[in-house]
Ligand binder design. Sequence first.
Ligand code: G3P
Length: 214
Amino acid sequence: MKIFIDSADIGEIREAAEMGVIDGVTTNPSLVAKTGRKFEEVLQDICDVVDGPISAEVIATDAEGIVAEGKKLAAMHPNIVVKVPLIADGIKAVRALSQEGIKTNVTLCFSAPQGLLAAKAGATYISPFLGRVDDIGGDGLELVAQLVTIYGNYDFDTEVLAASIRHPVHLVRCAEMGADVATIPHKVILQLLKHPLTDIGLERFLEDAKKIPG
Ligand code: G3P
C-alpha cells in the first residue's frame, strides 16, 4: 500500500519524508491557504523534498480552463499529478489530460457512480473522501470498498486513493480492503506510531538497562 501525506506544510512533509514511509503528497487549496504561502513556492518545495506523485489542484471549473491549468502545473515538475474536481467539465478535462499523458487525481468523489465515470475518463487516481462521507452519516469505508471492487471487476488502471482519512482505523480498514493508496494528515501519521504499551515497555527496558553491570 502506498502512503501519501495530505499536507502542504513543508515542515510536516519533511518530517514524514525523513521517516521514510511517504510515497507521495496530496494538497488541496484549503491546505495551501493554511500555509499563507504562494502555491507555486509550496509546490516547488514539496517537489524538492519528496520524490513521488504530488497532487496539485486546479482552480478552473470549465474543461478548457482545467486542461490549460493542468498543463501548466504538470510542466512544473515530472512528479506533479493534476487534481481535478469530480464535475462534468472535470471528467472531460481528465480525458483530455490523460490523452496527453498527464496524470490526474480526481477529487471530491462521494459515490461509486462518480468513481466509475472518473475511471472511464482515464483518471490515474480517484479520491473518495471517506471522512466527509462519515461526517454526514454515511459509510465512507463502504465507498472505498465499492470502488476497489468495481475497478477490480473491470481491471481499470485507476488507483483508489483513500482521502479524508481521520484516524488510524480508517487506514487499517482501507489497507484490508486493498485500497492502492491512502493519503493521511501528519497528525494521523503520528497516531499510527503511538501505542501506550510501546512507551511503557521502552521505559521499563531503559530502567532495567541501568541495572546491567558493566
Ligand atoms: O485529501 C482530501 C482531504 O484533504 C480532505 O480531508 O479532513 O478536509 O475532509 P478533510
